[in-house]
Write a protein that binds this ligand. Structure first.
Ligand code: SF4
Length: 83
């Protein structure tokens, strides 16, 4: 079970700084950072620590099994960014 970022993301990068496994991309200096409408969590690198949820001021991050019904597609949207 990984976590996923939804479209409430404001790209403040606080979560990416907090993530100990570097699971959150694109970082501000990476390709695609400007075009990306939000940040994404790589489900293969997320260790479910919850640190990103605690620091997100936009309440944009959820465990996959707690995604709101109208945000369910963000499980696949996050994973698809890395494939
Ligand atoms: S839950 Fe932890 S490991 Fe997963 S993206 Fe958030 S900070 Fe990174």
């Amino acid at each position: 079970m990984a976590y996923a970022i939804t479209d409430a993301c404001k790209k403040d990068y606080l979560c990416a700084t907090e993530c100990s496994t570097n699971a959150i991309h694109p970082l501000s200096y990476e390709d695609g950072a400007g075009a990306a409408t939000q940040l994404f969590i790589n489900p293969d690198e997320c260790i479910d620590c919850g640190s990103c949820i605690a620091i997100c001021p936009s309440n944009a991050i959820f465990p996959l099994d707690e995604l709101p019904e109208d945000k369910a597609e963000f499980a696949e949207i996050n994973a698809a960014y890395f494939h």
